[in-house]
Design a protein around this ligand. Sequence first.
Ligand code: AMP
Ligand code: MG
Length: 490
Amino acid sequence: MDKWLAGLRIGNSFADLPEAFYSRVSPMPPGAPRLLHANPDVARLLGLDEDVLQSADFLALCAGQIPLPGGQTIATVYSGHQFGVWAGQLGDGRAHLLGEIHGPTGAWEIQLKGSGRTPYARMGDGRAVLRSSVREYLASEAMAGLGIPTTRALALVVSDDPVYRETVETAAVVTRVSPSFLRFGHFEHWGHTHARQKALLDHAVDRFFPECRQAGEGPDDTPAITLAFLREVVRRTAVLIAHWQLAGFCHGVMNTDNMSILGLTLDYGPYGFMDRFNARHICNHTDTGGRYAWNAQPAVAHWNLYRLAGSLMVLGCDGESLQDCIKPFEAEFLGAFHQGLARKFGLRDWREGDGELADAWWSLLHEQSADFTLAFRHLADADEAPEAFLALFADPAAAQAWLERYRARLAAQDWDALARRADMRRANPLYVLRNHLAQRAIEAAQHGDASEIDRLLSLLRDPYTERPGMADYAAPPPTGAPAVAVSCSS
Ligand code: AMP
Ligand code: MG
């Protein structure tokens, strides 16, 4: 074993739960795995030196060929509501939790995705295709670059093994990293079993929400601790969704089994960053009804929180108290959303009347299908040099009319224009992971070329700073180019 691997401090606190919560199951590595890309940013979080990423053991670990020494490899069980319907038992069907690395920034769980069938695979083959793996790898780092809570990606391993989807594709394994991969669905699974739910709550509270133990009559007041826990999940979820809305991000499959208890973006599938703004944008072609459209995401998160709350009744909480914990969701979401929007607009505070300015903004963008990212980005200069901004609109007169209102609002605050513009450029990214950019990286990766992944990661790591020669990466997809269709197929 390599020295770096032997020297790691490793555990697996999820495996301390009773065996009912998981299965001990080894990965099935894909054939002749190769490391396509490794992420030095995440390596640093874990306390791994960059040269480790080139070692034989690193590849073997990320391919599922060797375990984390001292970790316990498991697949966890969860349930969930998919597209509004109770789906019953799901679980890590193609993911293996190798354990957690205790590094300089705390404990991080290491999970492989696409590493073979588990007892929860149902009809699935346990594999993930290169296409969706590149998308997950890029998206988690793009979100981190935007400051949006997310799971992370450490490595991308590829193989020539065929994987059968609508067409024949090839296999890949993503090594994901997160403080925890706990989902609403983990709690939904144990919603009728007091002892199990209590054990799961204790696990979550002790590791991530220790302050909840202060609630109620003492450390054993389970109903009070449960309510405090739920309030915190509600708060984190509201903040997360506000981030998504402000980035023009659509998750695509907000099933309860894809919702993180820690309020992280989790399970990147048919997600999308919007190009042209459409409030009802649906990024997932499988979602014909638009259940998970951009403008539906806050209400869906709220609905999902009710499903989580329902599963907590078994801990002795009454329905009314649980509902009371969810009530702040709307105010928490709007508070975070308005705060973020104020920053994107270059407003020092959110005042009475700003809601109408914002409504008019969204209507303008929607009616004219303006580019979401660039409309915000070019707003910084639009008070004095509006050309780049106005060029984004089919009917510049309508945009001009909105600008008049906006200028009046700017004039009502005391903020030096240079400082305001600099701050707006820190709030409005220039580069986002547009589907056509991800697609370009996928096509190169399919030929073994990771340079496009590398280039995108370097831009998306800091999407706010303009880089010379990279204008192409800030541009919307060429007009007339066919939209990249993404579906649940992964
Ligand atoms: P997802 O839609 O990717 O969130 O997956 C929903 C459920 O299906 C989870 O339990 C996954 O583990 C499982 N799943 C999805 N794809 C596969 C696959 N190819 N093999 C095994 N399980 C899968
Ligand atoms: Mg999932």
